[in-house]
Design a protein around this ligand. Sequence first.
Ligand SMILES: Cc1cc2nc3c(=O)[nH]c(=O)nc-3n(C[C@H](O)[C@H](O)[C@H](O)COP(=O)(O)O)c2cc1C
Length: 189
Amino acid sequence: MASNQPKKLLAFAGSLRKDSLNRKLIAYVAKEAEAAGAEVTVLDLNDFPLPIFNEDIETEGMPAKVRELQSILARHDGLLISTPEYNGAVPALVKNTLDWLTRKQANGDSGIELIKGKVVGIVSASPGALGGLRSLLLLRDQLAKLSMWVAPAQFALGQADQAFDEQGALKDGNQVKQIKAVVQQVIDF
Ligand SMILES: Cc1cc2nc3c(=O)[nH]c(=O)nc-3n(C[C@H](O)[C@H](O)[C@H](O)COP(=O)(O)O)c2cc1C
């Protein structure tokens, strides 16, 4: 049944870099989602420094930041992710964050229970011509394997180092349309 409640979306970029193009892109996507009626929380993954996943660490005690991230995710209906492409693939930061999220929650349920069924919109940014498209395809596949509903529309921003104006908006109206399409599919889901 359709709900009149605004969709609550959790947005993050898969880069820790201060001047990250993906941080710029996710900030822009978040603004578009808010303009379309969603409530968006933009996370900075610098605030969630997680070790490289190691089962020994969770045996010793789940890092508090994993618990915090899981409880934030639990309060949202879906995700917006902007990912860089590293060597033709999804950066370790994105994979590592997802791997930790899938682990056992404080209530004993698998983290996969928390993730599955949520909707996700994916975008990427790169100074290269393809805009990180290969990373997007791999991310889509991985999120679908976690039983997320990945919006069919996606957007890879090529030449991203030249794409934004001083206010952080995309200069090209056609690119704006493509972002709106991703956002709308996530909201309509
Ligand atoms: C280890 C590494 C591998 C990279 N591999 C790719 C690549 O395969 N394709 C691509 O388009 N850009 C690649 N790049 C360039 C990134 O797209 C660029 O650094 C981008 O700005 C990173 O995203 P960010 O600005 O959000 O940090 C790579 C960068 C690094 C550091």
